[in-house]
Design a protein around this ligand. Sequence first.
Ligand code: XMP
Length: 509
Amino acid sequence: RIVVLDFGSQYAQLIARRVREQNVYCQILRHDLSAARIAELAPKGIILSGGPSSVYQDGAPQCDPELFKLGIPVLGICYGMQLACKALGGQVDSTTTREYGHAKCEIVSGEGLFEDLPGEIDVWMSHGDQVSSITESFSALAKTSTCPYAAIVHNDLPVYGMQFHPEVTHTPLGGKVLANFVRGICKCEPNWHLSDFAELTIEQIRKQVGDRRVICGLSGGVDSSVVAALLYKAIGSQLTCILIDNGLLRKNEQSLVIDEFSNHFKTDLHVVNAEDRFLASLAGITEPQEKRRRIGHDFIECFKAEAEQIENAHFLAQGTLYPDVIESGADPDGPAATIKLHHNVGGLPEELGFELIEPLRDLFKDEVRRLGLELGLPEKLVWRHPFPGPGLAVRCLGEVTRDKLVVLRAADAIVIEEIEAAGLYRDTSQTFAVLLPVQSVGVMGDARTYDNAIAIRSVNTDDFMTADWSRLPYDLLARMSTRIINEVQGVNRVCYDISSKPPATIEWE
Ligand code: XMP
């Protein structure tokens, strides 16, 4: 495997995914992991990510300099390269302007990292500092007109650095550069395949579970469906699924999940209708984190009550993904950052006294989708946009009420119908409606109205950590708007959200 040490880069997960595209397993770890621990993990290569800091800044994240001496190949990207230079001989300076965007990069040495690449490649730069001089321990491998050391190699150690970002799509041949590092320099075999993963996981689940029972929360989303499919393959009728309808689901969602379920699994399904309970505990609450907290709490209580009825239930299966594991700080070796409370990590199993099964905790979303297809789930389900645990509550801004949910659900259904009809559903990563806590004046027929506003949100993203708003065609937006205003009572205005993440988030709350 390859490990990525994360120095706070937006791109650390992207680097890991690019490595996995080479069919090589890749894991993201905290930047300050000791060289001794890294040696224990025995990766075939180490990648130091970029990061927002300056290497000489007080408190700037550092790595253990001993890791350069482990004999394991190291590739420093951007900040990672600057750290390598600081540790092994080189000068890092602030450039007067932040360099951000495309650059032409001239390859000085077409071996190793740049094997089989043209003499000049397009690269993507995003940095404030850069390496301004190197000692004779290093040699330059590539340069641009403003950056004399766009890529370097240490003369005695297997340590490489590059100032540009090979992991982003704006560096078109970046995948090849990373492949040269992973396959050529680190000598990793391409043996990480999802079909093997499925087989191994099914085998592991069988062993772990024995003749006991597993319960699995089903939400209608990709992750929980893939978990259920894996479990069903592994243990068949020892699986009980629970669907909690918290009243915050999308239009027809409960029946969709039940249909989907009966088409693919012939095992026990419990549906809990808990709308009243959730809406009662959300009454009067407007603060987003408090809304999330209450939903999480109610979810646990409902689940617990249902689970207690299930005999011999010993395990709880969850669709936790690798990004959740990284962000929640659940991995002691992993980097931790909690921006929003994601209620599907932690909490539940401890309270319930279940043993946890998380068969997807090593996978990224796109890998889960591919796995879903391998397991025979239908494309429509596998490509469904993600839907947050707290459901429509975080899209119904301010207080959540039954009436508001009716409006939001109807508007959301139109947005989805129209984007599907335009054939653009799969071209966006997440598309939905938000009900704003705003009334505005309108005129319908001859009458003045004072009604709600709906915002349409549609984003494109690789990893949901950063996202850009989708450039939906005006005609499509017009159809959505006309239909929402005509068909959804209580709405007289539709807006389109044109903010990217960061600084906005994908959800509004
Ligand atoms: P944000 O809004 O943080 O969302 O940009 C990133 C992705 O995470 C989803 N999301 C959640 N998923 N529980 C979940 O399971 C949550 O509490 C939650 N909050 C946000 C969001 O829909 C987007 O895909």
